[in-house]
Design a protein around this ligand. Structure first.
Ligand code: NDP
Length: 376
């Protein structure tokens, strides 16, 4: 294509002499699985700033966000973040590449990159406002990238970054926990068997917390194997009573949302700084349906009202948790992986030719860890 030819001129002057076009799975519009299109002519994401790192993708993984974004979720907010000038321009984000995790090898670095060099094996979570990892190459800023744990294969490594950055952001920034303050804390993870849950159990156990998990009965073995101290089958008739009988919690991480929020906040210790953190907030749904300004204001009011209500009724903090890209945080996770304290939980693997099948798997729900795509 013309675009690829012009990029070829740019790229061929780079020291690595990279190709100008690459294979990728792209969207040209939002929709169901049929909108996923394989191409060998997608422009390579060249380095545009001195702090960027270009990575050859060896493996990627899928997250529920990929499914939602395939259908247009968050489009308005993400477009604003990508390019504020194009927010009114319909379709400017296409062709869009999904995929939020990468494990791969650095092939090129901007002039101010200090921590990485071509040949380094790295892992990273790709922010949703950037072109994703279901492609041969992805370009990120140095701050988003980290050296991959040596003991993991690329396939294993790709299962961790996005859920790790999400869990750390939620538990540390919103939940107020950290490595040195968790040993006397009781934490409840609602939805322990999926990507975020299986990572969070291991992280919190590595930090010494007491971890209770809700999940389906057939996931009990998995979450106990990862270290969960107590497990409640949320489908059991007496699940609510089981949870009510337990000692109250310091922090709840809610990976489920919906009705969970109604009963979970009552399980927190009152008037002692306990925090409820949900990853399922209505922010992007609001901006999609009401527009950027009205949606943000509406979500802000919702958060404010819930926060006030929870403080007044029991002295507990109500918070929304969000993914945040953070390479240095992945450096810390890497140490825990190398120490054998965090294991990758890969439920399914697909070759690059079968990305639609990988989406299909995700769409079926009931994740037990992560679905990974082998790209190279
Ligand atoms: P997954 O799809 O990997 O896992 C969800 C898990 O929850 C599955 O194992 C499912 O298994 C289980 N589950 C479903 N219903 C319940 C229930 N009522 N009680 C307990 N467990 C349940 O999702 P992730 O772990 O990757 O993400 C969790 C949520 O967090 C998603 O909604 C995701 O969109 C959101 N998220 C938000 C982010 C943010 O920035 N705000 C970032 C990352 C994730 P089963 O159905 O068999 O019980």
């Amino acid at each position: 294509t013309g675009l690829c030819v012009s990029l070829k001129r740019h790229v061929s002057s780079s020291p690595s002499g990279l190709q100008s076009c690459m294979s990728a799975w792209v969207l040209d519009q939002y929709g169901t699985n049929e909108v996923l299109r394989f191409t060998e002519d997608h422009p390579v994401p060249v380095i545009n700033s001195a702090s960027e790192v270009m990575i050859k993708v060896h493996a990627a993984s899928l997250n529920p966000l990929d499914l939602s974004m395939r259908g247009g979720y968050g489009a308005k907010m993400l477009k604003l973040r990508r390019d504020p000038m194009s927010v009114m321009n319909d379709g400017s984000e296409f062709p869009l590449v999904l995929g939020r995790d990468v494990s791969g090898v650095v092939v090129d670095c901007g002039s101010e990159v200090t921590h990485f060099a071509p040949g380094d094996e790295v892992w990273a979570a790709v922010p949703p406002w950037k072109q994703g990892s279901l492609a041969e190459f992805v370009t990120l800023t140095e701050y988003e990238v980290s050296l991959k744990p040596k003991i993991l294969s690329h396939t294993e490594a790709a299962s961790i970054p996005y859920v790790a950055n999400t869990a750390l952001s939620a538990l540390v920034n919103a939940g107020g926990l950290c490595r040195d303050s968790s040993s006397n804390k009781r934490v409840l993870i609602a939805g322990g068997s999926g990507g975020v849950g299986t990572f969070s159990i291991q992280l919190l156990k590595a930090w010494g917390a007491h971890v209770t998990v809700t999940c389906s009965q057939n996931a009990e073995g998995l979450v106990r194997g990862l270290g969960a101290d107590e497990v409640v089958d949320y489908t059991a008739e007496d699940a609510a009573e089981q949870l009510e009988m337990m000692e109250k919690f310091d922090v709840i991480l809610d990976n489920v949302g919906g009705e969970t929020e109604e009963w979970a906040t009552h399980l927190l210790k009152t008037w002692s700084g306990a925090k409820y953190v949900t990853l399922v907030s209505p922010l992007l749904l609001s901006t999609d349906s009401m527009g950027l300004l009205d949606g943000t204001v509406h979500a802000g009011f919702t958060l404010h009202n819930k926060a006030i209500q929870n403080i007044v009724s029991g002295g507990v903090f109500y918070r929304w948790g969000f993914f945040a890209p953070d390479g240095p945080a992945l450096d810390e996770v890497s140490k825990l992986v190398d120490a054998g304290k965090i294991l990758p939980v890969v439920e399914a693997q697909f070759p690059f030719t079968q990305v639609p099948q990988a989406f299909q798997k995700l769409e079926e729900g009931h994740a037990r860890g992560k679905t990974v795509v082998r790209v190279a």
